[in-house]
Write a protein that binds this ligand. Structure first.
Ligand code: ADP
Ligand code: ZN
Length: 734
């Protein structure tokens, strides 16, 4: 049979272009294997002495010596990459200026894709009853009878019955138990979208119906789902998921933090009767492989995952939910620099899927897109049930009688004590890891810095050392000053979460104190247990970093103290105001989520600062409008385009010369109206011994500046040890 009429089929021996996952910034030509091959097929191809994975991208270019072109080794037993996925990877690559092979690596991050689907032995009830039934045998058969039709691995069955594996073997010999080979990667249990959810409030109901109607259209759209913490956003977007599953399409829910997935899986199970597939760094390799394959075969209806789940091989994607869409962890800032939120919108637009962006404090970009009508918007009213938003109160630190070396003001101490008496919980929030940010010599003023970075070393008492937050380098805490050799004058300056804990123990000696911080090296399971324990009232005071701001439910929590609200306002970052606003509102939102009203106390030296005022007064729409106006006047995102360029290398002069050369030779960018700023030393001017120099490219919103950026980048041949990173729509500027 010939298929020559089909443009996506390549007959044996014809030239095909293959994208491999190897670091070569080009496609390679091969000959199609016996039997021919389709575009999108995953293949194994010879590359030098090795075999590597690739995808058939299209017709070969044929600009090599035909005689030397080798054949595709074999076609892998995987569902082919769909045309829309190839298009998606291409679009992300073009947008972020990423080489295609790096995109393919993102899309194939599962082990053993080149292996044949592996099999395993499972056991089920046979039809022979053994003549001699021992107690052990009876237990095995009872388990199988009680779960008729179900398959067990040998270990599961033996464990379940409380016998050794040899008992199972014996029963197999007698044909009383059947041994069957099945594929190791099994489909995920069916979710039932018709199961009834919780009874929804009027506002939730209305929001849910709007989202359902949107999903039912099966065309591209993006909706901002806005509601304060506790308003039931999760419940409402699960309605959209239900609709999507009922249509027979696949859904993806992105969460910003692994610790949140556990609670979310439980809610999915309650809502749809089974657990969904999971995709994040905490998932085992076996489970990763299963997830990738099953998503590709359409046997996973719902995936819950981190940002990289966006590159799974969905066959029929109908919905992407980005929960806490403003969260900075959606921006990847290594390898491929991309925003998972923005790329979710791109992917959905290519496949006619809906996007729901859920947040209490949306990113300004999202807010503006909803205001301009580019995105739809659904608002949930207030909190679900009796819970009310907390009162917000400022504590003016200038008017407080602060003790030396202490950070909890007398007013806040008093409020926490009141909660302790009533058996309610308090949360003390500081967005700084470790014990103290600075270690200084009181004799000479020397501050301990990292040898390889332009950064101070942060003391971590929990680990008993100083740690560089840039490169992870550690040093012992010196007893004598490394500069002037004076003994015993080294002092910790300023608070981190560990020091706040120390102060809390001193001030509230009878309270049970729990710390939640990302640097305590907790596994996802330990963290989950700790969060669970806190929710059950096993702590009186919670001390936490940014981690506590994200979506945990602590029903007994009625008092939140923000130790240093001014922290995020320093530094003059484009997003300083937005970030501070989001973070403090989120943290404050932890208080009073159940029956009792909560209060959030904001310690600040500048109670009249416009951002602090906006937080206190809860005038959200006004805040976003003012922030949007400022950005518009400055011509910065979302009203203009930015690209951040970081050049780095061991020799500052060499790096600076390259940056200067680029800045002087930017005619291509200037032609499209873009401006180049810099070079300037980056705010963190040295990391891991590499000097860092920044350039910033600014263009008007309507400009598609990537082609000019790419040409500009390619116009310079970088010296051997100089690296260049381009970050489109940068979120951070360090
Ligand atoms: P959000 O995602 O907006 O923070 P959630 O969906 O997590 O809000 O809801 C907050 C809490 O209120 C959860 O414990 C949830 O189970 C509960 N809740 C929300 N809506 C309802 C409802 N309609 N019926 C019962 N409980 C609800
Ligand atoms: Zn360092």
């Amino acid at each position: 049979m010939t298929l020559s009429g089909d443009p996506s089929h390549f007959e044996a021996g014809s030239l095909v272009s293959v994208l491999t996952d190897q670091p070569l910034d080009r496609f390679l030509d091969y000959k199609a294997p016996a039997g021919g091959v389709y575009a999108g097929a995953f293949v194994e191809v010879p590359l030098g002495p090795r075999k590597v994975i690739g995808v058939i991208w299209g017709r070969g270019q044929g600009n090599y010596d035909l005689a030397k072109i080798r054949a595709v080794s074999r076609v892998l037993d995987l569902p082919p990459m769909r045309a829309e996925m190839r298009q998606f990877l291409t679009r992300v690559a073009d947008y972020t200026l990423t080489p295609m092979n790096a995109m393919l690596r993102l899309a194939t991050r599962a082990p053993g894709l080149a292996d044949p689907p592996s099999m395993r032995k499972v056991y089920a009830l046979g039809d022979v009853t053994p003549t001699r039934e021992t107690a052990a045998r009876t237990r095995v058969l009872d388990v199988l009878r009680a779960h008729n039709g179900q398959h067990f691995t040998k270990k599961e069955l033996a464990d379940f019955a409380g016998v050794s594996g040899s008992v199972v073997d014996g029963l197999v010999k007698l044909d009383a138990v059947l041994e069957v080979e099945t594929p190791r990667d099994v489909a995920y249990p069916k979710l039932d979208p018709l199961m009834a959810g919780l009874e929804l409030s009027d506002s939730q109901q209305a929001g849910g119906e709007t989202l359902r109607a949107t999903v039912a259209k099966q065309e591209y759209s993006t909706t901002l789902l806005k509601g304060v913490t506790g308003s039931g956003k999760t419940e409402v977007y699960l309605e959209a998921v239900a609709e999507c599953l009922a249509q027979g399409r696949q859904a993806l829910v992105l969460l910003p933090e692994i610790a949140l997935t556990v609670a979310f899986l439980d809610r999915v199970e309650q809502r749809f009767g089974a657990r969904p597939a999971e995709w994040h760094s905490g998932v085992t390799m076996t489970e990763r492989r299963r997830c990738w394959r099953m998503v590709g075969e359409g046997k996973a209806q719902l995936v819950v995952g981190a940002r990289s789940a966006l590159y799974l091989p969905f066959q029929n994607l109908g919905l992407i939910v980005v929960d806490e869409e403003h969260d900075t962890s959606y921006k990847q800032e290594e390898g491929v620099f991309y925003s998972a939120r923005d790329m979710a919108v791109m992917r959905a637009s290519l496949v006619g899927a809906s996007v729901v962006l859920a947040s209490a404090t949306p990113a300004l970009e999202t807010w503006v897109n909803a205001a301009s009508g580019k995105y739809a918007r659904v608002d949930l009213e207030g909190r679900y049930g009796a819970a009310e938003l907390p009162d917000m109160k400022a504590i003016d630190l200038r008017a407080q009688d602060m003790e030396a070396q202490s950070w909890i003001s007398p007013t806040l101490v008093h409020e926490v004590e009141k909660r302790l008496k009533k058996g309610e919980q308090s949360l003390l929030f500081i967005n700084r890891r470790g014990y103290a940010p600075v270690t200084v010599c009181r004799a000479c003023g020397y501050q301990v810095g990292c040898d390889d970075c332009d950064a101070r070393m942060v003391e971590h008492r929990f680990h008993g050392q100083l740690i560089c937050h840039q490169c992870g380098e550690t040093k012992p805490v010196p007893t004598a000053c490394p500069n002037c050799d004076v003994e015993g004058r080294m002092a910790a300056v300023g608070p981190g979460v560990e020091r706040l804990e120390e102060e809390a123990i001193r001030r509230f000696p009878d309270a049970r104190i729990a710390v939640l911080s990302s640097d305590m090296a907790m596994t996802a399971r330990v963290l989950k247990e700790r969060i669970h324990a806190i929710a059950n009232g096993e702590a009186d005071i919670i001390i936490g970093t940014q981690m506590v701001a994200k979506g945990h439910n602590f029903p007994l929590l009625t008092c939140v103290g923000v130790i240093d609200a001014d922290l995020g306002l320093q530094g003059g970052d484009l997003r300083a105001a937005e970030r501070t606003f989001q973070l403090i509102r989120q943290v404050a939102g932890r208080a009073g989520r159940a029956q009792k009203r909560g209060v959030a106390y904001i310690q600040t030296h500048q109670p009249d600062h416009p951002v602090i005022q906006a937080i206190l007064q809860g005038e959200e729409e006004e805040f976003w409008q003012a922030e949007a106006d400022q950005r518009r006047m400055a011509g910065v995102p979302p009203y203009g385009r930015l690209a951040g360029i970081v050049l780095s290398g061991p020799d500052l002069k060499v790096v600076f010369d390259v940056a200067s050369y680029l800045s002087r030779n930017a005619q291509g960018l200037q032609k499209i109206g873009a401006e180049v700023f810099g070079p300037a030393p980056a705010p963190i001017a040295r990391v891991r011994g590499r000097h860092r120099v920044r350039l910033l490219v600014k263009a008007e919103k309507a400009t598609h500046f990537q082609p000019a950026l790419a040409a500009w980048r390619n116009s310079v041949k970088l010296p051997r040890d100089v690296r260049m990173q381009i970050d489109i729509d940068p979120q951070s500027f360090y």
